[in-house]
Design a protein around this ligand. Structure first.
Ligand SMILES: Nc1ncnc2c1ncn2[C@@H]1O[C@H](COP(=O)(O)OP(=O)(O)OP(=O)(O)O)[C@@H](O)[C@H]1O
Ligand SMILES: [Mg+2]
Length: 249
């Protein structure tokens, strides 16, 4: 079983869109997949038409493994289950900060469902917090969408520094360029600069800025379902294949 997190310390960069499409791609290629929506906004559950769970509270998620497993829902797709978010996930921070060894609680909780899944994807909220520390400790790979702008470069650097300061392995980080607009020269310049600075951290696949991805909110399904042959669909498929190889390699 492998744990793959879609994470960025920056908001609105495409974490959820990526988590939803990668989860679908893993499931469609025969991997038993669980998508955990760790963001109380509940966006990835929304895209899969799975209602938030009333049964979970922040504390129980980490403490009561049976309740955690009971909150997992099936989806419309083969091999794909969803752990929907709950507004009580807001309490994670407080709960985790009170725990001894608070940074490894998530890893322990996920062990409970380890034998049921080949892949567990985590859709994370945007910040560096106790929850994200849990994510960094639990995940085999941290997938980071980066919009090619100067501000994103800064936040990406902060993430690398956080990994270094916490003694976490940098090679766990797999970044890719997100919402890329080919016509913007700033985007091309930033892509060249960042690829140069961090050649091993960036995947080759770039996800373009396209209306198909924006329309996911209306369709409430992954682009890989609604428009697999579109530019966005092909890009997500390529990202999936690249990530799979990077994680296994
Ligand atoms: N490549 C893209 N092209 C166009 N729109 C996109 C693209 N990726 C994401 N979006 C849109 O941008 C918005 C933010 O995307 P998304 O929710 O995936 O980001 P996020 O990083 O998960 O945000 P948050 O930090 O709020 O969780 C959504 O409305 C989404 O449809
Ligand atoms: Mg999100």
């Amino acid at each position: 079983m492998q744990i793959i997190a879609c994470y960025s310390n920056k908001g609105g960069v495409g974490k959820t869109a990526t988590a939803v499409n990668l989860a679908y791609a893993f499931a469609a290629s025969g991997h038993r997949t669980l998508l955990c929506d760790l963001d109380p906004q509940g966006a990835s559950g929304f895209y899969f038409r799975v209602k938030p769970s009333k049964k979970l509270t922040g504390a129980r998620f980490f403490e009561d493994i049976e309740r955690f497993a009971k909150a997992i829902r099936g989806s419309d797709y083969d091999n794909l289950d969803i752990l929907p978010a709950n507004m009580n996930f807001r309490d994670f921070e407080l709960f985790l900060s009170q725990m001894k060894n608070g940074q490894s609680r998530l890893k322990k909780a996920l062990k409970a469902v380890k034998s049921d899944y080949d892949i567990i994807l985590l859709d994370c909220p945007p910040n560096i917090s106790m929850l994200s520390e849990n994510v960094f400790h639990a995940a085999d790979a941290v997938i980071v969408p980066v919009i090619p702008t100067t501000l994103s470069q800064r936040t990406f650097r902060q993430l690398l520094e956080f990994f270094r300061d916490s003694g976490l392995p940098r090679k766990r980080i797999h970044a890719f360029f997100s919402m890329v607009q080919g016509i913007k020269s700033l985007h091309s310049e930033m892509i060249a600069e960042m690829t140069d600075a961090y050649p091993e951290r960036f995947a080759q696949t770039k996800i373009p800025f396209t209306s198909e991805i924006e329309r996911m909110g209306l369709a409430r399904a992954p682009v890989l379902v609604t428009a697999p042959g579109s530019r966005a669909g092909k890009a997500y498929q390529a990202l999936f294949e690249e990530i799979k190889e990077r994680v296994n390699g």
